[in-house]
Every structure is written in structure tokens, then in C-alpha cells.
Design a protein around this ligand. Structure first.
Ligand SMILES: Cc1cc2nc3c(=O)[nH]c(=O)nc-3n(C[C@H](O)[C@H](O)[C@H](O)COP(=O)(O)O)c2cc1C
Length: 178
């Protein structure tokens, strides 16, 4: 099975996950900027396509491009990966994951979440200001869980872990053995 992994990453976490997935699946790996103007024939050779993007306000960055393309790729195994700051398995991560796909898209795309982290040093100014303001508002929350989250995202940290790709690899490998 030939797999393609496409990613978009602002501060490097999504790129790292995309690389890990590509290595495990022996897949081709591209930044979305390098393939978004490719025509249909470029993608025909692939049996599975993974799109990984960083989570921005509950959505996956540049997912619109992938969703439009995916309408013509229903014969392939399709995966979307959201890489965010929320803890793996947390309510926030689950909520973000549930909102990624419409019911129709769920019939031909599988969504996964992987925790990345925060890197203020690599963020653009607009992102930095938004994240700092969000962290500040969470820290004032009445809920301890949200205050903890505010404290966590108020500074840079790296929670990426190669183990988080296991469900994705498993899902893609099912197609190989089918
Ligand atoms: C403007 C903005 C909005 C964000 N929104 C979310 C969010 O809704 N949920 C989340 O888990 N992480 C959110 N994040 C955190 C990023 O998704 C996280 O830092 C991710 O690891 C970045 O990936 P990258 O290094 O590939 O750019 C947001 C970050 C920014 C800058």
C-alpha cells in the first residue's frame, strides 16, 4: 500500500508527527504548500492519504483544502490528524476531535488527535497574543481543571510522544492487510 502524508505546521509539532507516521508507513511526506497545486494524477498513485494539521480554535489548519480533495478520494483510506495543545484523552481533545468531521465525512475519513505542545518562540505574533490571552482567561476560571490548563499553556512545553501515532498506524495497517 502506497501512503502519502501531508502536513501543515506552524511551530514544528505537527511536522514531527507527520514524519513519525511517514517513517512507520514508509510513506511519502510533503508540506501542504508543496502539493496543494498538484493535479489529480499526482494523488492517484496513493492508496492512503493522511492529512495532519495543527489544531486552531478546535479546527484543523488548512483542512478545507483536504476536505475538498477528499471528496474525490473516497476509494482511498483517508485520515485526518489534529495536533493540539490539549491533553490526549481530555474533554477538550475529544470535543475538538468530534467536531472535525461532518457525519457524511465520517463515512470515508477517520479522525485522530495527537498532543503536541506549545512553542512560543516559534509562534507568529498574532498566535502568541491569542494564546497568551486564552491562557490568561483560563487561569481565571472557576474550574480547577481549566485553571490547570491555563497554567499549562501559558508557557512553552513539549508533550509530543511517538506512542500517540499507534492508533493511526494500526488503522492504516488494517488497510494493508485487507
Ligand atoms: C491561535 C491558536 C489557537 C489554538 N487553538 C487550539 C485548540 O483549540 N485546541 C488545542 O488543543 N490547541 C490549540 N492551539 C495549540 C496548537 O494547536 C499547538 O500548539 C500545536 O501543537 C501546534 O502545532 P504546530 O507546532 O504543528 O504548529 C492553538 C494555538 C494557536 C496559536
Amino acid at each position: 500500500m502506497k501512503t502519502l502524508v501531508i502536513y501543515t505546521s506552524q511551530t514544528g509539532f505537527t511536522k514531527r508527527y507527520a514524519k513519525w507516521i511517514a517513517e512507520r508507513m514508509d510513506a511519502d511526506l510533503f508540506d501542504v504548500n508543496d502539493v496543494q497545486s498538484e493535479n489529480g494524477s499526482f494523488f492517484t498513485r496513493y492508496d492512503a492519504i493522511v492529512y495532519a494539521g495543527w489544531c486552531v480554535c478546535g479546527k484543523v489548519a488548512k483542512a478545507k483544502w483536504f476536505f475538498e480533495k477528499a471528496e474525490n478520494w473516497k476509494d482511498k483510506r483517508l485520515v485526518i490528524v489534529s495536533v493540539g495543545a490539549a491533553l490526549n484523552g481530555s474533554k477538550e481533545a475529544e470535543m475538538a476531535l468530534n467536531k472535525i468531521l461532518t457525519d457524511e465525512q465520517k463515512t470515508y475519513i477517520e479522525a485522530f488527535y495527537c498532543q503536541g505542545g506549545i512553542n512560543y518562540e516559534k509562534m507568529n505574533l498574532a498566535s502568541k497574543l491569542t494564546m497568551k490571552a486564552y491562557a490568561g482567561s483560563l487561569k481565571k476560571s472557576k474550574e480547577e481543571r481549566l485553571r490547570d490548563m491555563g497554567a499549562m499553556i501559558d508557557h512553552s512545553y513539549d508533550a509530543s510522544d511517538v506512542r500517540y501515532i499507534e492508533p493511526i498506524v494500526e488503522y492504516l495497517s488494517e488497510a494493508m492487510s485487507a
